[in-house]
Design a protein around this ligand. Sequence first.
Ligand code: FES
Length: 101
Amino acid sequence: AKITFITKEQESIVVEGTAGSVMELAVQNNVKGIDGDCGGVCSCATCHVQVDPATVDKLGVASEIEQDMLELDDDANEYSRLCCQLQVTEEIDGLVLNVVK
Ligand code: FES
């Protein structure tokens, strides 16, 4: 799947992958602002992204643990996700994610 990250500086970075989490893919491609400090166990929120509303249908709903973590983040909105909780599959091809930090 191809995924586009838009950084805080409005730079778009297109990455491509077939497996693993979206966070891992971002870290491998040095997407600025996605740190993945907790290694993907949903406890740091350094992988916070906001999904482009036009592509939000590609994703399922966030788990309770992900939602709880996002609630602690003041920058969270209805499009917020923790991208370590998003699996790279063909279903999310074309996803556009805004980096929050
Ligand atoms: Fe830590 Fe996603 S990498 S919450």
